[in-house]
Design a protein around this ligand. Structure first.
Ligand SMILES: *[C@@H]1O[C@H](CO)[C@@H](O)[C@H](O)[C@H]1NC(C)=O
Ligand SMILES: *[C@@H]1O[C@H](CO)[C@@H](O)[C@H](O)[C@H]1NC(C)=O
Ligand SMILES: *[C@@H]1O[C@H](CO)[C@@H](O)[C@H](O)[C@H]1NC(C)=O
Ligand SMILES: *[C@@H]1O[C@H](CO)[C@@H](O)[C@H](O)[C@H]1NC(C)=O
Ligand SMILES: *[C@@H]1O[C@H](CO)[C@@H](O)[C@H](O)[C@H]1NC(C)=O
Ligand SMILES: *[C@@H]1O[C@H](CO)[C@@H](O)[C@H](O)[C@H]1NC(C)=O
Ligand SMILES: *[C@@H]1O[C@H](CO)[C@@H](O)[C@H](O)[C@H]1NC(C)=O
Ligand SMILES: *[C@@H]1O[C@H](CO)[C@@H](O)[C@H](O)[C@H]1NC(C)=O
Length: 899
């Protein structure tokens, strides 16, 4: 891969461009060769639900099957993959002439002033309206939001005198999906898979001045995903300007080996790209500095790689390698036992005259990771239990549009939970999410696909797998391989090919080899919910990654008789079949619940399907599931069942719970709803009861005691059996109802974090628990019967934010009675307003209710189980006053400062 290879057509075209008048122009003195400019602002946008512009990537989609009127553009798009296809013979040849198309939107002089003004990242679907009911274009699985259709984005870009002779690239972090880019009427290229980042070379089509028009078309098919994909250019977009000889796209790769407290060896590879028409002799120098994880500031220099010289032929790429040693390296590792220390390698490229032609910074971490079949996962020699969750990419009420603060908040709440790992299910994330994970010390399981050649939905990735899978896998690995947070590559999730014998195994082998040709330092896996130890597919994987099979599927009492396969617990059989491979669970639990909602009677089992007829898991009329944390999808298991299974197999490295945060779409078991029930945390970011069950297990030194359910029931519950459960990591617990002891319970076992008093009868008043550990008081909790709603309470996660239109404050409204107690079933309608000199704006609201069909953009929202969320940003410096009001209740105000 690192050998030089012929630059594909798109690059050679550069020489036809009017910009390269002076190919030997002196490097610009002021900067160090490169600029990266955000072009998120200033776009015009228009969406059409149906294909009216008569363009298509391809006709393989089921809804395009009979559209003979569409112009197919695939032959012009495929060459965008060429840099990511290793075999020269397999690369795509661009047609000799540009396609003839009739859409006026690509023309520079098209008048788009009537179009909507938008800033990227942008998700055209998130504001709704929701499709409610059946026979709708987008049903529950994809979130009932208008994700489908064709979106056009147009914007001008400026090229100045100073840019003459430079190479200018468009970098798109992600567009959902089938994006294609025109510049000044010329089709430049595109990329179908919405989760890949890609680059296009614009230079040949640019002209001096400010009326270069970029037109980007996004064509998002319906029925293409098992969850909410969002729609549009939902990640950042950049212009990168370099000298024609420069460090290539994702062109650095740094790995560490022989890592100890006293030293580490760093290996560096730098790929240099030369789009000039003459060969270039350069030297490459790289210095390594400490990088402060909290502030992002560069610290002391800790090492330098020896200078290397390199000759890069015209229109070619070439690589150099170098190694160096860092003494007493500051190692990267997950908290709380380790620290996420970072480094930055600054690579400079010098020409023959010793002028700097390019500078490129690579953030990385020095750490050793070991995947041991018996000991599990080790970081820097220490066993780290993987305490992970799965998240989809949406950010709740903000949709798929990436926002760094919203992503950071998700990770912060997960760290409070004691979570140290995240599986980005089932696709590569926004690159900035990995920057956050590096900084915060979160281990990442990075996954390429949800499917291969076999489909899960009519219009999903299987349509383009054969032509794009190599490019998408290489793009993922090259983009993300310097992140110390990334520990595992997954080539697929629950693919149908698990059970197709040698056929599926051959696909796995091909993808694994692609990953390893880009990165030999990390294991490759695929998440398996159906492959058994005696099947060929697991043999192709470096480590065994099980979905639900470890703890067993439909194998205990209340699941008997459910349709679907029954699987006994398979940790031990897999360990016996693959004694040299580490085993972890990439998905566990699939417990479902609605925050603050409880149904009776409660099952006497430790795990039961939500649709169980004896215990009331779900209510089919309310479309809600009880929050006792005992009820699951038909294939799932409660946390209680998973913990026992994991602890009975000490070799298991840990788990990724399905799911960390609720997400839009996939609302198992109620597809009439809009968002999932799987989260430990609801869609608004509020904690469900089992948050404290995981926290008790994952933070053994942090005293946890949490009572459920709430204790504010109507007259019909008085005298009824109302089980009280307490999540705690104490070893003994005593419960009182109105000061009457309900008895002391010892902890059942080291794997159990739930104390259950299943015979409590309800009477209004107070429930109190005290837990003990080793004879000493450890943690306590108390809930009381609340009165009528009387006032609102408002609190902000941060009261000082940047006034840049991007930073966010998340404000929680709590409905309280006249004594300040939370009213747990309150559903008052709350209106959020923002005012003041900071240009405050209420961007979105939510309440975590999976069946609330009020637009996320609405400033008025009903509280759900006593809570609602308002998300506020500020456009400039100044104060922002946020007020929450509801008819009949005392309002609440919070002042924010925008800096
Ligand atoms: C396409 O045409 C065929 C033959 O007329 C028909 O059976 C099929 O339903 C049509 N498909 C779509 C998506 O309209
Ligand atoms: C998705 O498929 C369903 C069922 O065939 C259909 O009713 C719906 O219109 C499709 N949605 C889109 C956006 O094509
Ligand atoms: C340089 O490093 C890359 C990436 O580790 C590796 O693939 C390649 O073989 C190395 N090349 C040489 C000449 O050592
Ligand atoms: C390189 O490009 C310049 C400008 O287009 C041209 O004048 C020159 O002949 C080219 N050189 C070679 C070796 O092709
Ligand atoms: C739960 O109760 C049912 C009915 O009384 C009983 O058959 C079952 O064995 C009980 N389950 C457990 C785990 O005690
Ligand atoms: C619950 O189970 C019944 C009987 O198997 C089935 O008809 C119904 O669809 C199920 N409901 C859900 C929400 O799974
Ligand atoms: C579901 O909730 C509705 C509304 O509260 C109630 O009328 C119904 O009895 C509940 N169903 C079950 C099975 O509990
Ligand atoms: C709950 O009450 C029933 C009936 O009174 C009794 O049989 C059972 O043992 C009690 N269970 C517990 C855990 O106290």
């Amino acid at each position: 891969m690192w050998l030089s290879h012929v630059i594909p057509n798109a690059y050679r075209l550069a020489f036809l461009g009017s910009l390269l008048l002076s190919v030997d122009a002196k490097p610009l003195a002021k900067e160090e060769g490169r600029e990266r400019i955000s072009i998120n602002a200033g776009w015009r946008f228009s969406r059409s639900e149906y294909n009216t512009d008569k363009l298509a990537y391809d006709l393989s989609r089921n809804d395009y099957a009979n559209r003979t009127d569409l112009t197919v553009l695939k032959p012009w798009i495929l060459p965008s993959a060429n840099d990511f296809i290793v075999d020269p013979a397999a690369r795509y040849q661009s047609p000799s002439s540009e396609p003839t198309i009739s859409s006026p939107f690509v023309q520079s002089d098209y008048d788009d002033t009537e179009w909507e003004s938008v800033s990227l990242p942008h998700d055209w679907a998130i504001k709704g309206p929701f499709y409610v009911g059946s026979n709708v274009p987008v049903a529950g699985g994809m979130g009932r939001l208008p994700v489908h259709g064709i979106g056009w984005y147009r914007r001008k870009v400026e090229v100045t005198k100073a840019d003459e002779g430079r190479s200018i690239y468009l970098d798109i972090d992600g567009a959902m999906s089938y994006s294609m880019v025109w510049l000044n009427g010329h089709l430049v290229g595109g990329w179908p898979y919405g989760y890949s980042s890609y680059r296009l070379h614009l230079t040949p089509y640019l002209k001096l001045g400010d009326d270069n028009v970029l037109a980007i078309r996004v064509d998002n098919p319906g029925n293409s995903s098992r969850w909410y994909p969002g729609g549009g250019i939902y990640r950042n977009v950049w212009l990168t300007k370099t000298e024609p000889t420069h460090i290539g796209q994702w062109g650095t790769f740094i790995t560490s080996k022989k890592v100890s407290k006293s030293s580490a060896i760093l290996d560096l590879a730098v790929q240099v790209e030369n789009v000039r028409n003459s060969s270039q002799k350069l030297s490459v120098v790289t210095d390594v500095y400490l990088l402060n994880s909290a502030t992002g500031k560069t610290g002391a220099k800790v090492a330098s790689f020896p200078r290397r010289t390199i000759t890069v032929a015209a229109s070619h790429k070439a690589s150099v390698n170098a190694s160096t040693t860092v003494k007493k390296p500051a190692l990267w590792g997950p908290p709380p036992s380790q620290s996420p220390n970072l480094h930055v390698a600054v690579t400079r490229l010098y020409n023959r005259n010793n002028d700097i032609v390019d500078t490129f910074s690579t953030n990385f971490g020095i750490r050793s990771v070991v995947f041991d079949a018996d000991q599990g996962f080790l970081v820097n020699g220490e066993r780290i239990r993987i305490q992970g969750v799965n998240n989809h990419h949406d950010l709740g009420a903000l949709g798929a549009a990436f926002n760094e603060r919203a992503a950071e908040r998700q990770l912060e709440v997960l760290q409070e939970l004691g979570c140290n790992a995240l599986r980005v299910s089932h696709n590569p994330p926004a690159p900035q999410l990995l920057d956050l994970a590096d900084r915060m010390g979160i281990l990442i399981y990075n996954e390429a696909f949800d499917g291969w050649q076999l489909s899960k939905n009519p219009n999903d990735f299987h349509l383009i797998f054969d032509e794009w899978s190599e490019a998408d896998v290489r793009a993922m690995v090259r983009r993300d391989r310097n992140h110390p947070s990334v520990i595992i590559w997954s080539i697929g999730n629950e693919v149908g090919e698990q059970t197709t014998g040698e056929t599926g195994a051959a696909v796995a082998r091909r993808l694994r080899e692609i990953v390893h040709s880009e990165d030999k330092t990390r294991p490759v896996t695929a998440s398996m919910n159906a492959a058994r130890p005696n099947m060929p597919l697991p043999g192709e994987l470096d480590l065994i990654s099980l979905n639900y099979q470890g703890e067993g599927i439909r194998d205990t009492g209340p699941y008997a008789g459910l349709p679907g396969i029954t699987t006994p617990p398979l940790y031990v059989p897999f360990h016996e079949a693959f004694p040299d491979k580490l085993i972890l669970s990439s998905e566990t639990a699939a417990t479902v619940s609605t925050r603050g909602t409880y149904f009776f009677p409660v099952t006497n089992w430790t795990s039961a399907p939500a649709n169980y007829t004896i215990g009331s898991g779900g209510n089919d009329t309310l479309l809600q599931v009880s929050d006792y944390g005992l009820y699951t999808a038909p294939f799932g298991a409660s946390p209680d069942k998973v913990f026992v299974a994991q602890d009975n197999a000490s070799f298991v490295a840990g788990e990724f719970v399905w799911a960390g945060w609720d997400y839009i779409g996939e609302p198992t078991p109620y597809y009439a709803a809009r968002s999932s029930y799987f989260g430990i945390i609801d869609l608004a970011g509020f904690k469900k009861d089992r948050f404290f069950q995981y926290q008790a297990r994952w933070r053994p030194d942090y005293p946890v005691a949490h009572i459920l359910p709430h204790w504010t029931w109507g007259p019909d519950r008085v005298g009824e059996v109302t089980p009280v459960h307490v999540f705690s990591n104490g070893d003994l617990a005593e419960l009182w109802v109105n000061n009457k002891s309900q008895g002391r319970l010892p902890r059942e076992s080291e794997s159990v974090y739930r104390f259950r008093w299943d015979n409590v009868t309800y009477e209004a008043g107070e429930v109190r628990v005290v837990t003990y550990k080793k004879g000493k008081e450890w943690a306590s909790d108390r809930v009381v019967t609340a009165g009528e709603p009387s006032a609102l309470r408002l609190s902000a996660d941060r009261t000082a934010i940047a006034g840049n239109g991007l930073d966010l404050s998340f404000l929680t409204v709590t409905v309280v009675d006249n004594k300040g107690n939370v009213v747990p079933q309150a559903d008052n309608e709350i209106t959020f307003t923002a005012s003041g000199g900071g240009g405050g704006e209420v961007v979105a609201t939510d309440n975590g209710d999976p069946r609330d069909f009020t637009s996320f953009a609405s400033r008025t929202r009903k509280a759900f189980s006593g809570l609602a969320l308002g998300i506020v940003r500020a456009s400039r410096k100044g104060e922002v006053t946020v007020t929450a009001s509801a008819p009949g209740l005392a309002r609440a105000t919070v002042k924010l400062t925008a800096k």
